[in-house]
Ligand binder design. Structure first.
Ligand code: SF4
Length: 442
């Protein structure tokens, strides 16, 4: 029986760089570079025919960067390659991210023809001065025009991204953004706080930094978001995400609930359960411990350095799935150079293990400890929290055996709530979620 898979496709091109952005993306890349990248990306996807029959693709997310910046024809090429390689479910959620200045009527129409059924538009603010300050390439009128075109073209599942915590922005101006967005009635709203990332122009702009709202104001804006969006019928289902009932982003929910996903493109991350063995460098030490478990697994605990890990095809473990995280290389020249050669010689691969070893970095074989920690902190990001029975089913342990003391501490102080078999953060807990989640690290 096939397993469910989500695919993330990274398009690292933008019209220009926003001043706060530390995403892996480039402003003003020429069309030839874009084409070379898309060709390499298609080869990268094609190599997964090695394991594609194990999967049914349930969500696809074309993100970036700004996917709407590149020709729609390239998006078509990529999605066709996905469909040629994998079985994509008839009801798959297929999202594309776009910015108002490049979401032309032609592109939007093409996206519909390609079966894309969810559009995520980066608005950030309805205040043109603020958009200019942030270095965004669009203004509010362009956003309204793009949003209307998307509705006219038949998009019935639209997300709008907005941001709080902007430099010099008053509560009044932020509330205006919320109000105008709610008036449009999109199905989904993502509302993140601006984060100052090292190495961005914003991080060096003393004047703008001095205008950032205080922590208290930031919290007030967050509280106002909850109040206004909640009052307008949006369910907050994750710390920063709100949706009309039934329109929660299925792709993101799979990240937060431990679903398998494949990330393709520059620097994209993957989490997959593969029928593979694991090794260090090129040496495999074939010892079993007293429980019959692979001893090399233990070696990883003691000496493991992710960059030295090599996966290998091992018939012994066939059918025994191992959770692995790995990442695409983040240098675009190297990326194009490497993947464009696939199928032409040294990079021909006969097994998924060999392919991952050759083409990816940060290969990490998940230990049970990693899986448990991720189950907890990803699950607690969701407003519905985690299911304690699911924990037991997955790990064969009672959650209280592992976390009883932490759970008691935060339940008695009102930060965590036990609701039947579910455990979730309270409103108060969500405000300090990072501190609480840190205590679930083993
Ligand atoms: S559009 Fe998005 S990805 Fe591109 S530079 Fe701006 S924030 Fe970064």
């Amino acid at each position: 029986m096939s397993r469910e898979l989500s695919i993330y496709i990274h398009i690292p091109f933008c019209k220009k760089k926003c001043i706060y952005c530390d995403f892996l993306s480039f402003g003003e890349c020429d069309i030839i570079r874009q084409r070379e990248y898309v060709d390499a990306l298609c080869k990268e996807i094609g190599a997964y025919s090695l394991i594609a029959e194990d999967y049914s693709v349930v969500t696809i997310f074309v993100g970036g960067g700004t996917p709407s910046y590149i020709p729609a024809e390239y998006i078509g090429k990529i999605l066709n390659k996905v469909r040629k390689t994998f079985t994509v479910s008839a009801d798959a959620e297929i999202t594309i991210e776009g910015n108002p200045d490049s979401l032309t009527a032609d592109k939007i129409g093409e996206y519909r023809k390609l079966g894309i059924n969810r559009l995520s538009i980066g608005l950030q603010s309805t205040n043109d001065d603020m958009l200019k300050t942030l270095g965004r390439a669009h203004n509010y009128d362009q956003f309204i025009a793009a949003y209307s075109r998307a509705r006219e073209a038949g998009f019935s599942n639209i997300n709008i991204d907005i941001m709080s915590g902007l430099p010099g922005e008053s509560m009044e101006s932020y509330v205006k953004t919320l109000g105008k967005v709610v008036e449009l009635s999109p199905e989904h709203i993502s509302a993140y706080s601006l984060i100052v990332e090292d190495g961005t122009p914003l991080a060096d702009d003393v004047d703008l930094l001095s205008k950032l709202p205080s922590e208290e104001m930031d919290r007030k804006q967050y509280a106002r978001t909850k109040l206004l969006l909640g009052g307008a019928g949006y369910n907050r289902y994750e710390i920063s995400n709100y949706a009309r009932t039934g329109y929660e982003c299925r792709h993101n929910l799979r990240y937060w609930t431990g679903g398998e996903y494949l990330g393709v493109g520059l620097g994209a991350s993957s989490y997959m359960k593969l029928s593979i063995g694991k090794d260090y460098d090129t040496t495999f030490i074939d010892i079993e411990d007293e429980y019959g478990d692979d001893y090399e697994y233990e070696l990883q605990h003691e000496y493991g350095d992710d960059k030295d890990i090599k996966l290998y095809e091992d018939n012994e473990v066939a059918g025994n799935l191992t959770a692995v995280r790995f990442k695409g290389i983040d240098n675009i020249d190297e990326y194009i150079g490497r993947f464009s050669k696939l199928g032409t010689g040294w990079t021909d691969v006969s097994s998924i293990a060999e392919y991952i070893n050759n083409c990816y970095t940060a290969i990490h074989v998940q230990k049970e400890k990693d899986e448990i920690e991720e189950f907890m902190f990803l699950g607690l990001r969701c407003i519905s929290g985690i299911d304690c029975r699911e924990f037991e089913k997955r790990f064969g342990k009672d959650i209280r055996e592992m976390y009883g003391a932490v759970i008691d501490k935060y339940v008695s102080s009102g930060y965590l709530v036990v609701d039947g078999e579910r455990l979730h953060l309270s409103d108060k807990g969500l405000d300090v979620s990072n501190t609480i989640m840190a205590e679930f690290m083993l």
